[in-house]
Design a binder for this molecule. Structure first.
Ligand code: 6PG
Length: 475
């Protein structure tokens, strides 16, 4: 046995993670892949890594020092289950199997429970940062037992991104907690991307600026409070020219957004938990809407507004859009952290929301200056009930809300879809409202189904005898 850590699955993410591990002092990395050709190719391309190749699970297990620790980087679903089963066959009690893919957290909970019976530790770990992050430093969100974390912690810390001197990895909580938090990270990622896309669309259709000119706007925004990886890469994408046609690449790319499911999981889970993640939901639905060409063709002739959209002051309009983007972003993160808080309560995880925001400051796709502000908010008030009500964010919302409203009004008047901007604003106004029409919903429910209601002026549960004399009974 020569290796202290192993990687199973050598597609780009797995190969990059293995190279990252191998580049850190003290690590020797065993590698295994279903097809041996890929293993051989990796060894040949990276002799500097000193990989220990294995061509069977037995060989792989024999090459690892105890407790054996292996990170699985294979496709979610059946491939992950098959790999876990194969490792369980050759590993021993105390060994550690880590699933570093994007698994749905209930699967992780199930796998952890099954594997634990063998005495082997199973850890679901969210790993964010794409290919580049895997190679140079991702943000890592491991769940699993404290025992597994004791061995795994130093290894993951050695490869994680670093933000202000702190590694972007933390033991999130037991069993599925890490994959749960990674799922919400992706939901927020969807919202961030959709908000940026809406901002781009509004500026383009409102001012007629070219993608390259809008790239300059985003590059400028990236120097302020919106500074983030996604804003930065947006400028790069908008500036790209298609070699074949000479047109902006963004005009050549088919406008149908793909999705591998993590956004949908975030929304499904939020629905079960009763947490309104409306911005994330709209972002997920916006991708679905874009991907129905037959319905879009059928709707293409439906009427829009008569007037064309032309803001009087372009500079002021662009600044309004920037503020609307920032305000909506605050809402999306507030909703995402709310889902983590609710998930932790439901699944009995003790998740430190401040630690989550700190490990998202670097390495991951949603990395941004902004995460430092969230960390501060949770440090000041660990039990903060609502992120957007923390002083820094409340202040930003109060500065931005007038612009936010102007943008949603302009988009609506012009017939430009801005689902994430407008749903975020409705969420903000919904929570702010002194009274909500939910009272009427309760009245309707009581009318047709005797579902009862509570009153504002005294305790208890009540029902109106709607089909009799309409007197009220206390139940
Ligand atoms: C990350 C990303 C990554 C995700 C891609 C694609 O944190 O590195 O979230 O895990 O797979 O972003 O996701 P979609 O295909 O669903 O857009």
């Amino acid at each position: 046995a020569a290796a202290n850590i192993g990687v199973v699955g050598l597609a780009v993410m797995g190969a990059n993670l293995a190279r990252n591990l191998a580049s850190r002092e003290g690590n020797t990395v065993a590698v295994l892949n279903r097809s041996p050709e890929r293993t051989d190719a990796l060894i040949a391309e990276h002799p500097e890594a000193g990989f220990v190749p294995a061509y069977s699970y037995e060989e792989f297990a024999a090459s690892l020092t105890r407790p054996r620790t292996a990170i699985i980087m294979v496709q979610a679903g059946a491939a992950t289950d098959a790999t876990i089963d194969a490792l369980v066959e050759v590993f021993e009690p105390g060994d550690i199997i880590v699933d570093g893919g994007n698994a749905f957290f209930p699967d992780t909970i199930r796998r952890e429970r099954t594997v634990r019976e063998t005495g082997i530790n199973f850890v679901g770990a969210g790993i964010s940062g794409g290919e580049e992050g895997a190679l140079n430093g991702p943000s890592i969100m491991p769940g699993g037992s404290d025992e597994a974390w004791a061995t795994l912690g130093p290894i993951l810390t050695s490869i994680a991104a670093v933000a202000d001197g702190e590694p972007c990895v933390a033991h999130i909580g037991h069993d599925g907690a890490g994959h749960f938090v990674k799922m919400v990270h992706n939901g927020i990622e969807y919202a961030d991307m959709q908000l940026i896309a809406e901002a781009y669309d509004l500026i383009r259709r409102g001012t007629g600026k070219s993608p390259a000119e809008i790239a300059d706007v985003f590059a400028e925004w990236n120097r302020g409070e919106l500074e983030s990886y996604l804003i930065e890469i947006t400028a790069e994408v908008l500036r790209q020219v298609d070699a074949e046609t000479g047109r902006p690449l963004v005009d050549v790319i088919l406008d149908q957004a793909g999705a591998k499911g993590t956004g949908a999981w975030t929304v499904q889970t939020a629905l079960s938990l009763g947490v309104p993640v409306s911005g994330i939901a709209e972002a997920t639905f916006a991708r679905s809407l874009s991907s129905h060409p037959e319905q879009r063709a059928a709707a293409a002739e439906l009427p829009g507004p008569a007037e064309t959209f032309a803001p009087l002051d372009e500079t002021a309009f662009i600044e309004d859009v920037r503020q609307a983007l920032y305000a909506s972003k605050i809402v999306a993160y507030s909703q995402g952290f709310d889902e983590i808080r609710a998930g932790a309560a439901e699944y009995d995880w003790s998740i430190d929301l401040g630690a989550v925001s700190r490990i998202w400051r670097a390495g991951c796709i949603i990395r941004a200056q902004f995460l430092g502000r969230i960390a501060e908010a949770y440090t000041e008030q660990p039990e903060l009930p609502l992120l957007m009500s923390a002083p820094y964010f409340a202040d930003a919302l109060s500065r931005g809300q007038a612009a936010w409203r102007r943008v949603v009004i302009a988009a609506t008047a012009a017939g430009i879809p801005a689902p994430a901007f407008s749903s975020s604003l409705s969420y903000y106004d919904g929570l702010r409202a002194e009274r909500l029409p939910a009272a009427l919903i309760q009245g309707q429910r009581d009318f047709f189904g005797a579902h009862t209601y509570r009153r504002v002026d005294r305790p208890g549960t009540f029902h109106t005898l709607w089909s009799a004399d309409r007197s009220e009974v206390r139940l």
